[in-house]
Design a protein around this ligand. Structure first.
Ligand SMILES: C[S@@+](CC[C@H](N)C(=O)[O-])C[C@H]1O[C@@H](n2cnc3c(N)ncnc32)[C@H](O)[C@@H]1O
Ligand code: SF4
Length: 451
């Protein structure tokens, strides 16, 4: 792709634009949502419906310097064991409020490193979840796996618990880049773990890889992508590395002068993108690639692709409940976030209440704007007819929203009688264009990058 000078002018290279995994984004959550709202919203889940569950495990054996996720290092098993007991108490609390017959369309264990749990803890946690909400018939159970922190016993326990989707973090295979980002992970090790996951009949393998890392060049990212393709992942997330050392102190270990320029970042993305496309992957949204038979690629085709805190999803559930410190739940009524600190979250659960300390109750045009942003992030277009069907709004109001947003982007976006369209050449600007529909956006938001 030749670099369109308009891309830079219009803000492509502003790394602080949100990824819009929610709207409003988390920095705009306020203290108006608390434990009583969480309990009420859970109580309003329809009986016998399908929901999703996210379980956050905020511990890692090693702390990779590049990582901006909410996690803490631990060398002993004691905090992990105590945390799983807390999760069981949180599940018991959930059970008291959850209407009967609810099953899980998606269950995701993320972190941190959920594979820090030994086989006994994996079984204990899986059994406790099953007792509160069993998996739905075609439910998917996915787990984030650090290839450095897994063995056969834990893989057996996860497979026996029903894991049918595994996600492994790769980032980059280049030893020099791995050294610079504080994450040592040989290609052979990753390949071996991928094979052992598949040996256990796990249907789908997802991988994360990053562009924009220090010392990354075209040939280096091409080499990493080629290696990744030998693992034949069903899905790939190609995330832009968010360098936010003011938020994530570990990133101060990474030499800022070795970072690619914004223009180089775009070229790195494009190099990786072409390799995935040549290999037959379907491009999904702004940063995912999937095999044509994978659920994400199929959802893109049928218009069922959605965006949530894990990125892109084909999950049809309207409710996502987040368990564990810092997790965010989404309900038709709004968002509710648990206390960020493990100690504070645990205290609340021990006291028999949810730890919800921030959130957002939907009001005014929130859901309309959320849908527009989600549609742009998923399909690079939003159809007027769809908005008029789903929301209590008018043609004049939708036209006004489209016009205002388009004003800043000139011929980089197309507004027609049918809707609002982001043409292919403007796709690198998608997050910036989505931001034009964000009524909460402000200078504050621009200075607190959301990765
Ligand atoms: C929470 S981590 C869990 C992965 C697992 N613990 C592992 O190490 O393999 C999930 C993913 O977030 C992404 N991630 C973490 N920090 C990031 C950053 N600063 N910028 C972009 N993506 C990041 C990485 O791709 C990582 O694989
Ligand atoms: S990348 Fe994974 S292992 Fe490394 S610090 Fe982040 S969550 Fe922990």
């Amino acid at each position: 792709m030749s670099h369109d000078p308009q891309l830079a002018r219009l803000g492509l290279f502003d790394a602080r634009v949100p990824r819009y995994t929610s709207y409003p984004t988390a920095p705009h959550f306020g203290a108006e949502v608390g434990p009583a709202d969480m309990a009420r919203w859970i109580g309003a889940v329809p009986e016998f419906s399908e929901i999703s569950l996210y379980v956050h495990v905020p511990f890692c054996r090693r702390l990779c310097w590049f990582c901006a996720c909410r996690t803490q290092g631990t060398t002993s098993d004691e905090p992990v064991r105590a945390y799983v007991q807390m999760l069981k108490a949180e599940l018991a609390l959930l059970r008291r409020h959850l209407p009967r017959g609810v099953t899980l369309s998606r269950l995701h264990w993320g972190g941190g490193t959920p594979t820090l749990l030994g086989p006994d803890l994996i079984r204990e946690l899986a059994d406790a979840i099953q007792a509160v909400a069993p998996m739905a018939k075609d439910g998917e159970f996915s787990v984030e796996i650090d290839p450095n922190e897994i063995d056969d016993a834990r893989l057996d326990a996860l497979a026996a618990a029903g894991m049918n989707r595994a996600s492994i973090g790769v980032q980059d295979f280049d030893p020099m880049i791995q050294k610079a980002i504080g994450r040592d992970q040989a290609y052979e090790l990753t390949r071996n773990v991928a094979m052992r996951i598949r040996d256990r009949g796990v249907a789908s393998l997802n991988t994360d890889i990053l562009y924009g890392l220090p010392f990354q060049t075209g040939p280096r990212i091409a080499d990493s992508v080629q290696k990744l393709l030998t693992l034949s992942p069903d899905r790939v997330a190609l995330y832009g590395y968010a360098h936010v050392p003011w938020m994530s102190r570990r990133q101060q270990m990474i030499p800022s002068d070795a970072m690619p320029t914004p223009e180089e970042r775009l070229a790195l993305f494009e190099t990786a993108r072409q390799l995935f496309l040549w290999d037959g992957y379907v491009e999904v949204g702004i940063d995912h690639f999937a095999k044509p038979e994978d659920g994400l690629a199929r959802a893109l085709q049928t218009g069922a692709l959605r965006r949530n805190f894990q990125g892109y999803t084909d999950d049809p559930a309207k409710v996502l409940i987040g368990l564990g410190a810092s997790s965010i739940s989404r309900f038709p009524q709004g968002y509710a976030q648990n206390a960020s600190g493990t100690a504070e979250h645990t205290r609340a659960i021990r006291d028999g209440r949810f730890s919800t300390h921030r959130g957002h109750a939907f009001r005014g045009e929130d859901l309309l704007r959320a849908r527009i942003i989600e549609a742009l992030m998923c399909e690079f277009r939003v159809l007027k007819e769809e908005l008029l069907r789903e929301f209590d709004t008018s043609v004049a109001r939708v036209d006004a929203l489209f016009r205002t947003a388009a004003a800043a982007f000139g011929d980089m976006v197309h507004v027609t009688g049918e809707g609002f369209f982001i043409p292919e050449r403007a796709r690198p600007l998608t997050r910036m264009i989505a931001r034009a529909f964000d009524a909460y956006d402000s200078e504050k938001a621009r200075h607190s990058a959301a990765i």
